[in-house]
Each structure stands twice: as structure tokens, then as C-alpha cells.
Design a binder for this molecule. Sequence first.
Ligand code: G3H
Length: 254
Amino acid sequence: MARKFFVGGNWKCNGTSEEVKKIVNTLNEAKVPSQDVVEVVLSPPYVFLPLVKSILRPDFHVAAQNCWVKKGGAFTGEVSAEMLVNLDIPWVILGHSERRALLNESNEFVGDKVAYALAQGLKVIACVGETLEQREAGSTMDVVAAQTKAIADRVSNWSNVVIAYEPVWAIGTGKVASPAQAQEVHDELRKWLAKNVSDDVAATTRIIYGGSVNGGNCKELGGQADVDGFLVGGASLKPEFIDIIKAAEVKKSA
Ligand SMILES: O=C[C@H](O)COP(=O)(O)O
């Protein structure tokens, strides 16, 4: 089964309601490949999710940038998976490196979150990736495998999981991984899934790349055999996000 190209736009903690409307209007007017070719998911900050969902074209979908690890209750400041389901928000990003680093989210905590969100019926973009120090120490695959194992230990059905490989050193830095560097880790990660989960999960799970993706580098990155799309930060706030969505065509013609 072919893996449908996936393009996520992670707006992080950016935007005003006016800016959000402007970005959505630009995307709504864009001519992009059909939903049969590319799945597009936008992830605005929580407070803008209902607004974005209400004005966004129907072939694009929305994601939250996080959710709580278990059922809601006395957890001030958190938003539960149940609330996202209640508002018909289909996707959630979990384990982003900014949360792992700044909010001390451990592999196990992220694994628990992924399992809980999936059990509530959400689809999950699960982020993994190494720091520069870890890459230079030659431990990229150990780090990525440990992050993925914490998910695999808790999840049996992978059909609603997309893995985002995001080398921390490439996020927001303009230092994009080379297509060969991205392909190498995606290939290793797919082999890890084959060995530790199943051949079927390895063959069908989308592994997308994130880290300084832009309109100029997206085609070459997207052309790599095991790169099934992108999780885009900065460039998802700009009109060039449309070019990144169109990079899905490289797979169609491959
Ligand atoms: O979730 C997205 C990633 O953190 C990539 O961000 P960036 O495209 O701004 O480097």
C-alpha cells in the first residue's frame, strides 16, 4: 500500500487572529494536489483551533500541538484528548522536541501521551529526533530508536500514527538535513520498525521530515524514498507552504 504524502504545518506559538485568517485565506485559494495525493494538516495554537477549523477548506485538516497524558480533571492549563475529540479536532502533535527540551517531557511520558490520545480516537504526529551533540557523538539512531521504542512499548495499532523525524539541530536554524542525511535516518527507522514492530507497520507508517523545510529544499527532500512528507514550522506561516504541499507531486511522478 502506497504511503500518502503528508504535509503538516506547525504554527507553534505564533499568530494573531488577523494573521491566522490571512494565512487560512491564502491556503484556501491555493491550487494544490488533491487529497488522494497529499494529506494536509495545520496546527495552530490551541486558542485558534476552532477559528481555523471553521474557515479552513474541507480538504485540509487541523491538529492540536499537544494534549494531556490522561483523562482531564484537576490539571490547570492542560487540554485533554477528550476535549479535542469533542471539538472534532482529528490530529495532535506529541513529543515535539521543544516540549521534550523545555518542558522535560521524557520518552516514557511522550509514549504514554501517544497511547492515551490514540485510545481516545485521535490521530498522532509523534516527533523524534537527536540533538547536535548526540549526532556528533554518533548516537543518532540510538536516540531515535529509544524515543520510538517508548511509543512501540505502549501502542499496538499504528494505523493512526505518523512519525516526524526532526533533528533538533535543524529546527528553526536554517540548517536543513541534507536529503541523504534525512533518508539515512528514515531508512534506519523503517528498519527498526520492521524488526521491532512488524513488516506491515514498517511498510505503511509514514515517516515525515521536519527541520528548516522550505519552498526551495522540499522537492529534493520529498524525493527521497523513505521521506513521506514534512512537518513544517516557520515556512508554514508563509505562502511558500503551498509550494511545500505541491512537493507531493514528486512522489506521484516517481
Ligand atoms: O514542527 C516543526 C519543526 O519544529 C520544524 O520547524 P522549522 O521548519 O521552523 O525548522
